[in-house]
Ligand binder design. Sequence first.
Ligand code: SF4
Ligand code: SF4
Length: 146
Amino acid sequence: MKAYFTDLFTGAWSLIVGLKVTFKALISPVVTVQYPRVKNEVTPNYRGHIDLVKDAETGSHRCITCGSCMRECPSGCIVVDGEKREGVKGKALTVFTLDFTKCSLCGACVEVCPTQALDYSQEYELAGSAREDFYYDLLKRVEERE
Ligand code: SF4
Ligand code: SF4
C-alpha cells in the first residue's frame, strides 16, 4: 500500500515539475524566428565571403585592378584581370572571381586592398551540391547589386 502511494506521489510530482517547465517557456519572451519566412538581422561584424564594395558616389566598384589581393591570397582563390581601354587611366576590371571552396576567410585580401574595394558579404544561406556552386563572379554580383 505504501509503495502504491509513493508511486502516486512521485508521478504527480514529476507531472508538476514538467508543467512548471512548460508554463515557464510559455510566458518567456520568444527568441526564435520562423525561418526561412522570417530572418534575423545579421550583425555588421559577420564575415561572409568577400565581395566587391559598391561605391555610393559612382555606383560602381572601387577596384583599380592592381592584383594585390590575388597575390596576397594564401589559398589562391582570387582571379583578377583587366584590360586597357581608350580614355581610361589604368586597367578596367574585366574579371574578378572567387573560389570560395578554398577561402579560409583570413581577410588578407580585404586588408591589402589600397582602395578599400573589398569587404565581407552578409551572405549566410550558402548551400550547393557541387563545387561550382561556390565559384563566385564578384564583378557580376557588384554590377547586379542595387
Ligand atoms: S579571405 Fe583570405 S583566403 Fe579568402 S580570398 Fe581573401 S585572402 Fe584569400
Ligand atoms: S587589391 Fe583591391 S584594387 Fe587591387 S585588385 Fe584587389 S580589389 Fe582590386
